[in-house]
Design a protein around this ligand. Structure first.
Ligand code: GLN
Length: 288
């Protein structure tokens, strides 16, 4: 009986269960869940396979393994995920930050340095991963908006635990902002929902069934939020300010076209680490 309470043997059984459920990273998932439940490091997992779990730890661990086997994202079960080298709290109701979004953050930080930008606003902020990084790495005045109170509760927690200096507003895109912001923002960032509605049923089950559709669904062609953000960005940006948008791999032409039609200049696209189009940047003209 005690055999089943040892790190080594419980990991083996959990790995088998997760493999049987079709989880690609069964061994790693089991290890991370165990580390979370026991509050131990990876080193302990490998060097002390004989260490015993308490009864409470055993049942907490198996509950998480069952949920993982049923498809729940690992990050929701752990309660956190890494982004730009920091640990963000996440859970049901908030989009899990993706590595691809780091490309947008790095671009925004570079622009801050090159153009001495100070004021940034992130629209559709979710966990707050974008604005919190911007406030930690250069911008002095940073805001985030989201329509979801649930998402904002995570954003506020993350801002506190990661020592950000972000003010959050609840509301629909720019409607959330005080009107005095008009014409005073250096940089607007957004990673809005951009999946075309018909594509949603084809997404991986753990995204489709567990992450909030509010954070994924970009309308019939996936471009609904870009249309609204791009149409309004000009009136909120300072002259010479920039709009940075994360896009899907096949949205470059459409989103660049919308920026051009809105009179924005210097439209450029940056690729992610897989070489796919990922971030569109556009600038409000210095002189009207
Ligand atoms: N801005 C957040 C992120 O990049 C949330 C994006 C969203 O909800 N679509 O993770």
């Amino acid at each position: 009986m005690k055999e089943n309470n040892k790190i080594g043997s419980i990991l083996l059984s959990a790995r088998k269960k997760l493999q049987a459920a079709g989880k690609e990273n069964a061994a790693l998932d089991a290890e991370l869940l165990l580390m979370e439940v026991m509050g131990i490091s990876r080193l302990v997992v490998f060097t002390e396979p004989e260490r015993l779990l308490s009864e409470a730890q055993v049942s907490a661990f198996w509950e998480l393994v069952e949920r993982r086997a049923a498809g729940e994202p690992l990050q929701y079960l752990l309660g956190h995920c890494e982004f730009m080298g920091m640990s963000f709290q996440v859970g049901e109701g908030v989009l899990i930050p993706r590595g691809d979004t780091e490309v947008l953050v790095e671009e925004a930080i570079q622009y801050c340095k090159d153009f001495h930008y100070q004021v940034a606003v992130d629209i559709c902020t979710g966990s707050g991963c974008i604005p919190i990084c911007l406030s930690r790495f250069g911008y002095t005045e940073v805001y985030g908006t989201d329509i979801s109170e649930k998402a904002l509760s995570y954003a506020r927690k993350n801002n506190a635990s990661l020592h950000g200096n972000v003010t959050f507003y609840q509301g629909d895109l720019f409607e959330a902002l005080p009107s005095s912001f008009k014409g005073n923002i250096d940089v607007i960032t957004s990673n809005p929902p951009y999946i075309a509605r018909a594509v949603i049923p084809t997404l991986m089950e753990e995204v489709r069934d567990f992450e909030p559709s509010l954070a994924l669904d970009g309308g019939l062609d996936g471009l609904d939020f870009y249309r609204r953000i791009i149409a309004e960005a000009g009136q909120w940006l300072k002259a010479g300010g920039r709009l940075l948008l994360e896009i899907g791999y096949d949205q470059r032409q459409a989103v660049s076209g919308l920026c051009e039609a809105a009179g924005l200049k210097e439209i450029v696209c940056k690729q992610d680490l897989s070489g796919l189009d990922r971030v569109i940047t556009a600038r409000k003209a210095l002189e009207e």
